[in-house]
Design a protein around this ligand. Structure first.
Ligand code: UDP
Length: 323
């Protein structure tokens, strides 16, 4: 298939491009390189510089590509994803994450592209009662990041109805780790996620780290999350694309491992490798106590299963950062 990957120079986008190329698809990446890197794009993928909020720019690229061969599907990764930043700068999040999706859908409709694979998040669930999230549970985000993703999910569903498109919406849990080639991984100037921060502390790239709150209603008082390896997650996108294109269907799927680990357990796991200098600090704004995926739907409908454990995720992040 010919696939347009918007945000294909970023962390999850670049890993998905690797999986698409491995599965013999033709890949065209569009990215504004705001957080992504040009050299993270697989050498066999074609690259266009473009911003998802710029209709003229995106439309021009689609025109040029469609003249060569129409796209079978579009994958969307070009989002801002940092919860605390979204609390501080909600307007930036609405502009990039919601207006960007509107522009992308308008361009898709303009060029008759019928299939969209969209990156959403567990943050759409808010604070689930028992911490375990099913796809048809109530959605009640507690931060602007989750709100922008939920607004986009709804827009995609309405637009799909109106323009006869198929969608595959993936709600990611906590994604981490690096590609086994170590060519790509999570590489940003400012890292905010727990696994890379803990690994950097163990590797003495940073002096110390904080655990944000140990007074949550969880077994050890620190927040519980469900971690999934980025290559497992990327493979799910290939399955999701085949499902919507070949079966002409749509769906919303959680992508997680169905297992929860506390922040302290993550720190202890990394400490098995090298000591981690940490302190316990105050809670961070916008953090729910526990988020664990129910992953049955992705397994039953898409045949998706995770292959890599938390240990493997951490090991691959350590190897990537050491390199
Ligand atoms: N966290 C932490 N210290 C850090 C970064 C994150 O204690 O330096 C905690 C954070 O408060 C949350 C969990 O780790 O409870 C996962 O946060 P992350 O930012 O990795 O992902 P999120 O779940 O917010 O998408």
């Amino acid at each position: 298939m010919k696939v347009c990957v918007i945000g294909g120079a970023g962390y999850i986008g670049s890993h998905t491009v690797y999986e698409l190329i491995d599965d013999h698809h033709e890949v065209v990446v569009i990215d504004n390189l705001s957080t992504g890197q040009r050299d993270a794009v697989h050498p066999k993928a074609k690259f266009h510089f473009g911003d998802i909020t710029n209709f003229e720019q995106l439309d021009e690229i689609f025109k040029e590509e469609t003249a060569l061969k129409p796209f079978d599907a579009v994958m969307h990764f070009a989002a801002k994803i940092v919860v605390p930043e979204s609390v501080e700068k909600p307007l930036d999040y609405y502009h990039n994450n919601v207006e960007g999706v509107r522009v992308m859908l308008a361009v898709m409709a303009n060029h008759g592209v019928k299939n969209i694979i969209f990156s959403s998040t567990a943050a759409v669930y808010g604070q689930p009662e028992n911490g375990v999230c099913k796809e048809d549970d109530e959605t009640k985000p507690i931060n602007p990041y989750g709100e922008t993703k939920l607004a986009s999910e709804k827009m995609i569903q309405w637009v799909s109805d109106a323009y006869d498109m198929n969608y595959c919406i993936f709600r990611y849990f906590n994604v981490a780790g690096a590609h086994e080639s170590l060519e790509i991984g999570l590489n940003r100037d400012v890292l905010t996620h727990i696994i890379p921060i803990t690994v950097q502390t163990a590797l003495k790239i940073r002096d110390e780290m904080s655990i944000f709150g140990n007074d949550y209603d969880t077994a050890d008082g620190t927040c519980v999350r469900d971690y999934i390896h980025v290559s497992d997650l990327a493979q799910a996108h290939v399955l999701g694309m085949k499902y919507i294109v070949n079966e002409n269907k749509s769906g919303i799927f959680n992508l997680g491992s169905s297992k929860g680990f506390s922040v302290l357990e993550v720190v202890n796991e990394v400490s098995k490798y090298k000591p981690v200098n940490y302190k316990v600090g105050p809670r961070r704004a916008g953090d729910p106590a526990m988020l664990i995926a129910s992953s049955n739907k992705a397994k039953e409908v898409l045949g998706f299963e995770t292959e890599r454990s938390l240990e493997k995720i951490i090991e691959s992040d350590i190897k990537y950062r050491e390199k």
